[in-house]
Structure formats: structure tokens, C-alpha cells
Design a binder for this molecule. Structure first.
Ligand code: BTN
Length: 324
């Protein structure tokens, strides 16, 4: 009797199929690729997908277009499991989330893309968004905060991403104020928060998170400054696992921030970021560029830098780079 027909056992190749589907759950994966990777015919893949459906596993698509499981299932009961807008290709998930925010979409909506053609980075830069290689996600929030507190959400998101990446991959990740995730000094992720606010009250905030997961190389000058989790671990990483963990960490950090205020974020950031204290840095903003040593974060999360002449400046905007 073939193993796959034994009651109650999971055939090794069927388990392979489940793993592939789980690991590629936010992308389309073709029936042909599944068949090739687990070494069965396409018609067997189709039969098994039907069997999985019979067992209650939600698999979308047909052999022609591929399959993907819904992230929603994994996020049942969570703030981010209610409304998920998934795009195979879009210009920017931040742009879509802003539109949703203006249209009155509720807190917790998630916009996800496999590929962005105009991914936005900080300071008007673009965000390289290779198809199905990274996580490109934007979350819509409606916190009762004053606009000055909103930047803390960027730092908080960095902390959530930091925890998720470390937990899933075992890699040691650093945070560069205010929003860069670094591994061995190279950028592996970034956060871009945009908001719509009245003078004293935030209407909504969108938190865009970009994570380099399975990129094997980066174009042009990015090659020397960017890295991916695949490059750092030497093996492909499951975007689904990372995203689920990230959204769960985010939800618990967000609730804690709303409950406990800025201190919870500031203290945690100081404890995990090598940039928070005692780092020689150069700060460059629209008007000046100066060197100094970091001296912790202020109560609203602003980075304090002691300049060479002894003056301490709070960095409000600008780029902070390590000065050697
Ligand atoms: C940075 O410059 O470090 C911030 C990068 C933020 C990129 C993400 S990818 C998902 C979301 N959509 C965008 O257009 N940008 C953010």
C-alpha cells in the first residue's frame, strides 16, 4: 500500500506541498513549480490540492494560475486579520493605504504587495521592491495621539520588525535611529510612516514596512549597502512566517504603546540599538552636516547628539550615519 493512502499519515511529498504553500503563501506559486520541486506530476499536485481543500485548507487558484493560502487564516482574531488588501503589483502600498485612510477604512487594514513599481523610502528616496522577494506591507492605524507622538510609531514598528526577524531567523539585528534595520551594518529593512492629522489629533497613520527577505542581489549602488535575510542566513526565508510574526509583534507593541506611552518604546529602543548611545555619527539635514556622539533618546524619542563643541542637539530630521 502506498504510504500516501495510509489513514492518518501525511505523505512526505504532501508535507512538501504544504511547506511550499505555507512558505509562498503570499505569492502565486505555479502548479508546475510545485510539481517540479516535490517531484510529482502536475495532475498529482492538482489532486492533492483538492484533498487539502477537502480537509478545510483554503487554497486559492487553479493549476493554470497557481495557488496561495490566505494570510487571513493565520491572523484570525488579530487586529490585522480583518481587512487585507493584497496586490501582485502596485506602485506603492503606502499610497494605497493613504487612499484607504482618507476613504474612512477602519484601523487594522493591511496593504500587501508582491512587487512595487514606485516603492517609497525615506527622504524622497525609492524603495527597491523586487517581485516576491521582500515584504512590502503598510498598516493603517487610527491612534488617539497628538501628531508629535506619531514618530514613536516608526520606532515602535522598527522594534516589532527587529523582534520578528530575530525570532524567525536567529540573526542579530541592529536598529539605526529612527527606522533602519541593519545586519552587519547593511540595511535589511526600513519603515516609512505617513500621517494625516489635525493640529492636535492624529486622524490616521500609515506605517509602511519594507523587509529584504529573499533578494539574492541588489542593483547598482544598493549592492554595497543593502542585504537580505537570505544573503545573511545562506538560505531562503519564509515570507509568510516573517509577516505573521511581524504583525503579531506589532499588535502587541502597539497595544503596549497606547497603554504605557512613549517610555516603553524609548527604553526598548535604547536597549537594542547600538546607535542610541556612545556611537560616533554624522548627522546631515537640509541645512547642515555635523559630527558627534549619540547620547540617548529624549522623552519623545528624538536622538540626542553631543557635538564636538559640547552642545547637545536633538535630531528632528535628517540622515544619521556612522562616522569612523
Ligand atoms: C526607508 O527608506 O528606510 C523606508 C522604506 C519603507 C519601504 C516600505 S515598502 C512598503 C511600504 N510602501 C512603500 O511605498 N514604502 C513602504
Amino acid at each position: 500500500m502506498a504510504q500516501e493512502s495510509l489513514p492518518g499519515t501525511t505523505d512526505r511529498r504532501l508535507a512538501g506541498l504544504l511547506t511550499l504553500l505555507a512558505e509562498n503563501a503570499t505569492i502565486i506559486i505555479s502548479g508546475a513549480r510545485i510539481a517540479k520541486e516535490i517531484g510529482v506530476s502536475r495532475s498529482t499536485v492538482w489532486r492533492w490540492v483538492e484533498r487539502l481543500r477537502g480537509l478545510g485548507v483554503k487554497v486559492k487558484g487553479q493549476t493554470a494560475s497557481g495557488y496561495f493560502l490566505m494570510l487571513k487564516q493565520r491572523l484570525k482574531g488579530s487586529l490585522f486579520g480583518k481587512r487585507i488588501f493584497h496586490f501582485f503589483k502596485t506602485d506603492s502600498t503606502n499610497r494605497i493605504a493613504l487612499e484607504l485612510g482618507h476613504a474612512g477604512e477602519a484601523e487594522g487594514a493591511v496593504v500587501l504587495a508582491e512587487e512595487q513599481t514606485a516603492g517609497r523610502g525615506r527622504a524622497g528616496r525609492s524603495w527597491h521592491s523586487e517581485r516576491a522577494a521582500g515584504i512590502y506591507a503598510t498598516l493603517l492605524l487610527r491612534p488617539k495621539l497628538a501628531p508629535v507622538q506619531a514618530p514613536l510609531l516608526t520606532m515602535m514598528a522598527g522594534l516589532s520588525a527587529h523582534s520578528a526577524v530575530q525570532a524567525v531567523t536567529g540573526l542579530k539585528v541592529d536598529l539605526k535611529w529612527p527606522n533602519d534595520l541593519l545586519i552587519r551594518g547593511k540595511k535589511v529593512g526600513g519603515i516609512l510612516t505617513e500621517m494625516h492629522a489635525e493640529p492636535n489629533q492624529v486622524r490616521f497613520v500609515i506605517v509602511g514596512i519594507g523587509l529584504n527577505v529573499n533578494q539574492e542581489k541588489f542593483p547598482g549602488e544598493l549592492a554595497s549597502v543593502a542585504t537580505s535575510l537570505h544573503a545573511e542566513t545562506g538560505k531562503p526565508q519564509a515570507r509568510m512566517e516573517l509577516l505573521v510574526r511581524l504583525l503579531r509583534e506589532f499588535e502587541s507593541d502597539y497595544n503596549r504603546f497606547l497603554r504605557e506611552g512613549a517610555a516603553s518604546v524609548v527604553e526598548r529602543f535604547e536597549s537594542v540599538s547600538s546607535y542610541a548611545r556612545g556611537k560616533r555619527v554624522r548627522v546631515t539635514n537640509g541645512t547642515e552636516s555635523y559630527a558627534g556622539t549619540t547620547a540617548g533618546l529624549g522623552p519623545e524619542g528624538l536622538l540626542q547628539v553631543e557635538r564636538e563643541d559640547g552642545r547637545v542637539t536633538a535630531v528632528i530630521s535628517g540622515d544619521v550615519t556612522e562616522a569612523r
